[in-house]
Design a protein around this ligand. Structure first.
Ligand code: AKB
Length: 318
């Protein structure tokens, strides 16, 4: 039976993944952890074990893994792209030293590891359309640098020490439960909140900027599917391209307008986040994930918009 530790459990992915995993593996078998307690996550903290873990503290991490006899670590604690450009030293510390500590304790305690990479692992010199699984990776953000290095480090721990490492390159993730914390694709979450509250949104990403995106239920499905995939079928263990849709701001606005006709979009472009977005692919080729472990997303843009607006309306009490 799996005994799972989730790091970054109160973040955008972690808050939904932890509850989903508790349904599959049982409340007592999924330990949630975060570097601090956050308001609004009482259900998660009370439905199973919760531990304070700062992933940059290897000793603290190892103690929690041993205490709960953890055999699988889902490592989500990370600094995202926009915050990473504001605080590159912090991004390096959390993303690299945190991952190194996770891999070391996994090696010592015989744990499997899942950790996400990102479309940020690509850069200006990467082919932009239908970006191949194996291609040029020369990112120019600190977040991207840590994501490429992380992919390589996970490969290294698999080949050198036999640690069962797995991962996907996530695109922008859209969800209603917990807000994302400081990414470039965050506009595609905020737009739904503002559409419901104000019937208009000012985008910090420019017209015509295409990026890959995915609705959270598909992202959770990717994690649980890859975690349980037959290892003999996995060629690309740690860095599977996965995507569900690719759109530019005006396309998500058009999708919202089908449900809220008076919705309006305008622009006030943030040069830092725009430069990051411009360096990322327009659309990924995720055929390796489809072939090796059956990746098959369910939500396209309109299906996501419908569900997001319905769920957010309830959440915001509108
Ligand atoms: C970000 O925008 O930084 C993240 C990502 C694509 O990894 N959402």
């Amino acid at each position: 039976m799996r005994k799972i530790l989730v790091t970054g459990a109160l973040g955008q992915i972690g808050s939904e993944l932890t509850m989903g995993l508790r349904k599959i593996y049982g409340n007592d078998n999924v330990i949630a952890s975060s570097r601090r307690i956050k308001e609004g996550h009482e259900d998660l903290m009370e439905s199973g074990v919760f531990e304070i873990v700062n992933v940059t503290d290897g000793k603290q991490l190892a103690e929690v893994v041993r205490k709960h006899k953890v055999n699988t670590i889902i490592h989500l604690a990370a600094i995202l792209s926009a915050v990473g450009e504001e605080k590159p030293a912090l991004a390096w510390d959390v993303n690299m030293n945190g991952l190194y500590n996770v891999l070391e304790v996994a090696r010592e305690e015989n744990c499997a590891v899942f950790t996400p990479s990102s479309i940020a692992a690509f850069g200006d010199s990467t082919p932009k359309d239908n970006t191949p699984q194996d291609t040029i990776q020369r990112p120019n953000t600190m977040y991207g640098v840590t994501k490429v290095a992380g992919e390589l480090l996970c490969d290294y721990y698999y080949h050198k020490f036999g640690v069962d490492t797995r991962g996907v390159r996530f695109p922008g993730l859209i969800s209603y439960e917990t807000l994302p914390g400081g990414g470039t694709t965050d506009y595609a979450v905020h737009i739904y909140y503002d559409a419901l509250k104000n019937k208009k949104y000012t985008s910090f990403i420019a017209k015509g900027t295409k990026m890959d995106m995915m609705y959270m239920p598909d992202a959770l499905d990717a994690i649980t599917k890859l975690l349980e995939a037959d290892p003999s079928k996995l060629i690309h263990r740690n860095a599977f391209n996965v995507t569900a849709m690719s759109f530019e701001p005006e396309e998500i606005a058009a999708s919202i307008k089908k449900i809220i006709p008076e919705f309006e979009l305008d622009y006030d472009v943030d040069p830092v986040r725009q430069a990051i977005a411009d360096s990322w692919p327009n659309s990924l080729d995720d055929s390796a994930a489809r072939e090796e472990w059956g990746w098959d997303p369910k939500y396209d843009l309109d299906a996501m918009t419908k569900d997001m607006l319905e769920k957010l309306k309830i959440k915001l009490g509108l």
